[in-house]
Design a protein. Structure first.
Length: 212
């Protein structure tokens, strides 16, 4: 209990620092090429035990041909973690399903659960910091309401769309629209710019990056 409590407190403090750095413009995005399938599998592997402890089904269904993306892997991983964490936390029975498939120029990633859903009143402030579906001293779940707010901001930084497709008593479906790295940008990243050789005073040739 002490370990879980301290871990939850650390996670809360990390979330407060993260959202503060994003909203103040101090967050430094570090983009790179990544395979989305591997990134999603790594995040999902962290929830298998939690789902098992609650006797929930937890399934990852990947059916894609292209998954090369250019993004900040740390930010997107945190966004996925928060979305899946919410799905597991707010689901008492049934399960959580994550699926990936291609659309023109995109990867569509759906996170579906059989949890408590979101009321229509709450949807208007779904991504506001410190907002939860159940609030006050009578709320049924722990947390301070930063998970969805942070997920949305991390995805916005990476130009990834986030949409609540459905939410009702009995489940929710969040969809991420992740842009694929285009062929033209892939070619540009592999172009090697050749610099002209320099002639040194003694008449020999040398490359500008070599110190003799």
């Amino acid at each position: 209990m002490i370990y879980k409590g301290s871990d939850r407190l650390k996670h809360t403090l990390d979330e407060i620092v993260d959202i503060s750095s994003i909203e103040s413009g101090l967050y430094l995005k570090e983009s790179g090429e990544h395979h989305m399938e591997q990134l999603v599998q790594e995040v999902c592997s962290r929830f298998e035990t939690a789902a098992l402890e609650k006797l929930l089904a937890f399934k990852l269904d990947i059916n894609i041909e292209s998954d090369l993306v250019e993004l900040d892997a740390n930010a997107v991983s945190k966004a996925l973690y928060n979305l899946i964490d919410n799905a597991v936390k707010y689901t008492k029975k049934g399960g959580v399903w994550i699926s990936m498939r291609n659309a023109p120029g995109l990867i569509l990633l759906d996170i579906r659960d059989t949890g408590i859903g979101f009321s229509y009143e709450f949807r208007e402030r779904l991504y506001e910091p410190f907002s939860q579906g159940s609030e006050g001293f009578t709320k049924n779940f722990q947390g301070i309401g930063l998970g969805l707010a942070l997920a949305k901001r991390y995805l916005d930084i990476n130009h990834i769309g986030l949409e609540l497709l459905d939410s009702k008593q009995g489940g929710s479906i969040f969809r991420l629209k992740i842009p694929l790295k285009t062929e033209s940008s892939q070619r540009e990243s592999t172009i090697v710019v050749k610099q002209p050789m320099k002639r040194v005073p003694n008449g020999s040739l040398t490359h500008p990056g070599i110190l003799l």
